[in-house]
Design a protein. Sequence first.
Length: 534
Amino acid sequence: MGIDPVRLGGPIIGVASTWTGTMPCNLNQRELADRVSEGVSAANGLALGFNTIAVSDNQSQGTPGMRASLISREVIADSIELMVHAHDFDGLVCVVGCDKTVPAALMALARVDKPAVLVYNGPMRAGRWRERDVTIQDVWEAVGAEERGLMSREDLDELERFACPGVGTCAGHFTANTMAVAIDCLGIACVGDALVPADEHALKGEAAARAGALVVRLVEQGTTARRFLDRRALLNAMAGIAATGGSTNGVLHLLAIAHEAGVPLTLEELTDVASRTPVIADLAPSGRWLAEDFHRAGGTRAVIRELLRGGHLDGESPTVDGRTLADATNDAPLPDGEVVYTLEEPFKPTGAVHVLRGNLAPEGSLVKVSATSRRTHRGRARVFDSEEACCDGVRAGRVTAGDVLVVRYEGPAGGPGMREMLSVTASVIGAGLGESVVLVTDGRFSGATRGLMVGHVAPEAARGGPLAVVRDGDVIAVDVDDGTLVVELEERELAERLAGWRSPPPRYDVGVFARYRALVSSASEGAVLIPPAG
């Protein structure tokens, strides 16, 4: 292997890359992993690289392949954990990017509790089409428009060729970049390095080498990952997610990380943070600006500094470079009033993510309201037992203004895998129904989703949740301010329906999907795998 045996006496660092050649999101990770190894070597450590899988949420959207996305989070975490146990690394650097790779790495680090640093490979640039910036979100919404005859196929194909112009994670503030903000707020990455665009090769390379040197220092100090994954760090991350209008997936992932780290943390505690944290970044899909614009305006460092000024974060939380979160951001740019706003004049005054409960969601559900002005809706249910069935209904024009679309049997166990409903929500937006229709599902949403969309409904339908017995024409009411999601049925009627309900046969009875279905917990607990008792 070309390793000088003398070097085996120093810190041995595993360098976990989530590179894959199947999508642009992670394509620069091999080079970044090499730069991490250079940083480790320069600090007198020995770097040993290895790879995990990664699943493209965008390429699998609207297909059975999307069921693999959330499941891949567990597989990635398992693979990192197994490599640590097998090779007894002294420390780890995880090079991450596309949606599930970030929480997966954090979950693995919470389990093994070794000294560690994360390197985020950075967002791609916006595409440029017909004199405007575009992203993958525009493509998905254009698909919906083309389905309804509102856009030509030729225009859709042309847009697709321009929307994703290079390497890196999605250009908007979708799930991947939401988690990039989270790792900055956790302090487990060098604050400010994450959102450097992926094509700024020199700066990303410097960030990677810096992480390699830092992990050796952490090994020497005996500082392990759980120091950056405690309760206050996770609450800091939630505040950062809320303040930037981040994805509801962030809540799911923080719950999972807390579980693996042994940190008591509930859905309500996270959404309470979100409800008292103003949105101070004007970012797509909730707003106008993209990741590269956010980075130019000071990025997460600017948001952290402003949140600290208002007491929304714990500034004494540590970061991997040895400084507190407050010290690491005290020279960050001040809000520019265009991309990053002040607390006194926020982009939106209330938090982006809310939990709704009621007879349809006794264990809770999540709604993100930063991308819509609506706070309430009452309408008749139009029920679908899969994402595909709902998409077909929208495309065929069977959905009308005022409807509440119910998509069930798409939860963690029912899917299995809790697919994102971006193909549905994009079709709704593309059909011009985005401000008149509500979606309620036990599945989840892409960070690119817009509109009043309620997901993560728990208990899920496949495990006998009330969503399983909703019928076409039932009246469903959503009230964000009251925190309620209800179907307007008498308690007796609902109980009788549930007593007569029978679980549908599983979609998979062997392999990874069957194992996941058997072991996965509720979305309200992070959809983590729970071994059977005994």
